[in-house]
Design a protein around this ligand. Structure first.
Ligand code: ASP
Ligand code: MG
Length: 426
């Protein structure tokens, strides 16, 4: 018998019929003797619907008073789905109680629409569990020091579930979703992609930050910090499948490298089309140059990813970096207005038709030549690399977006991901 947290995404909670299925599944776990806490998302489409209503009345604006009301509004989606799940469980003859974040309470800071969890009081939930109840806690929300309802950012229920699991020291946090696990890459791009049985927390963090949208990135950070064992699995299996089979399905996000396990050098290929490239040309190569270019960019709250500074020639150099595509125009305008005149640089050029493709794997720590194998593979395909960045367990390249799928497929093959030892077929 263990304390288990289940999290169900919006699709899994999408209709009363699906909520009944969730209730039957949770009841199965409860009857097997586990202490169950469930964290649901709002019914699919509900958060968008609510935020859409607000937009009809007043366009989105950066205003705390407005954001406060968005949180009041959006938090109702999870309140409704949580109550419905409690009702469905009660209909199965199971004692169940639901709590909104503020009732637990889940305490957050005051950053409306993107609040961070600061602490969770586990007393109320524990008392219910000890009394044999299933406890349902709304995802996505909490309460700030002034008693205002806050939300955690889109996809935030994942983070709620992991945080609740951490606070209760749960044995495992199971994230039930509409995909059956974490794949070596997106199966829509590479049909041969395989589900990973296990992936390390660090690899998951790299993949989540690079557009693999299975989990909200903050939930992965949280799981890493508090060492919460996480499992991503399908909510579309029949609710009455064998519990042990279900408990071992999906992808487990682990902390230690399993020594018995043959570790693939590369575990996955991530990619995204969300970035754009900017180059400042003919910059005088003097101390403080990078700061003079990127300082104003950072002050404008624009996140920078890959950065390259070339060797200088005749005292001049080129400086390139990538930003999110949404920030591209803003960054370009800012550089032209503020940076060019001061630096005396020649010009600013940019390109939005790029993409970033990355190989990720903790095996890269102990193997040499992995990056060069990547570059060779891309050269064989005739794909030009525009930028490169590396970390201990990742190598990323920026290439023309029209070659993205070709690159991902070629790399998937190059690193034998179709046949990785640590994976099984669909
Ligand atoms: N309902 C919220 C959203 O749609 C939170 C979540 O589903 O995780 O973003
Ligand atoms: Mg989600």
């Amino acid at each position: 018998m263990a304390l288990i947290v289940h999290k169900y995404g919006g699709t899994s909670m999408g209709s009363t019929e699906r909520i009944r299925n969730v209730a039957l599944r949770v009841a199965k776990w409860h009857r097997a003797g586990h202490q169950m806490v469930v964290v649901p998302s709002a019914m699919s489409g509900e958060t968008n619907r609510l935020l859409g209503l607000a937009k009809e009345l007043a366009p989105t604006k950066a205003d705390t008073a407005y954001d406060r009301e968005l949180d009041m509004l959006a938090a109702t989606g999870e309140q409704a789905s949580s109550a419905l799940l409690a009702i469905a469980l009660q209909a199965q003859g199971i004692e169940a109680v639901s709590y909104a974040g503020w009732q637990v309470p889940i305490k957050t800071n005051s950053a409306h629409t993107k609040a961070r969890i600061e602490s969770i009081d586990d007393a109320r939930v524990r008392a219910d569990l000890d009394a044999g109840r299933v406890v349902i806690v709304t995802g996505f929300q909490g309460i700030d020091p002034l008693g205002n309802i806050t939300t955690l950012g889109r996809g935030g229920s994942d983070t709620s579930a992991v945080a609740v699991a951490a606070a209760l020291k749960a044995a495992e946090c199971l994230i039930y979703t509409d995909v059956d696990g974490v794949y070596t890459t997106d199966p829509r791009v590479v049909p041969e992609a395989r589900r990973l049985l296990r992936v390390s927390f660090e690899e998951m963090l790299e993949m989540a930050s690079m557009g693999s949208k299975v989990l909200q990135i903050r939930s992965v950070e949280f799981a890493g910090k508090y060492r919460v064992p996480l499992r991503v699995l399908s909510s579309f299996t029949p609710w009455d499948i064998d519990l042990d089979t279900e408990a071992a399905s999906g992808t487990l996000i682990t902390f230690e490298e399993d020594e018995d396990m043959e570790q693939a050098v590369v575990s996955g290929i991530a990619f995204n089309r969300d970035e754009a490239k900017i180059a400042v040309l003919g910059v005088p190569d003097t101390p403080g140059m990078a700061y003079q270019i990127l300082g104003p960019v950072a002050e404008a709250n624009i996140e920078v990813d890959v950065i390259i500074q070339n060797v200088s020639k005749d005292g001049k150099t080129d400086f390139s970096f990538t930003v999110h595509r949404n920030d591209y125009q803003k960054a370009l305008d800012l550089l032209n207005a503020l940076v060019l005149p001061i630096l005396g640089a020649a010009e600013v050029v940019g390109d939005t038709r790029i993409c970033k493709v990355s190989i990720v794997g903790i095996g890269m720590r102990s193997h040499v030549g992995v990056a060069s194998r990547m570059f060779k593979c891309l050269s064989v395909e005739g794909i030009n690399i525009q930028m490169i960045s590396t970390s201990e367990i990742k190598t990323s390249v920026v290439i023309d977006e029209k070659y993205m799928e070709l690159a991902v497929r070629a790399l998937h093959r190059e690193f034998d991901l179709d046949q990785a030892a640590d994976s099984i077929s669909n």
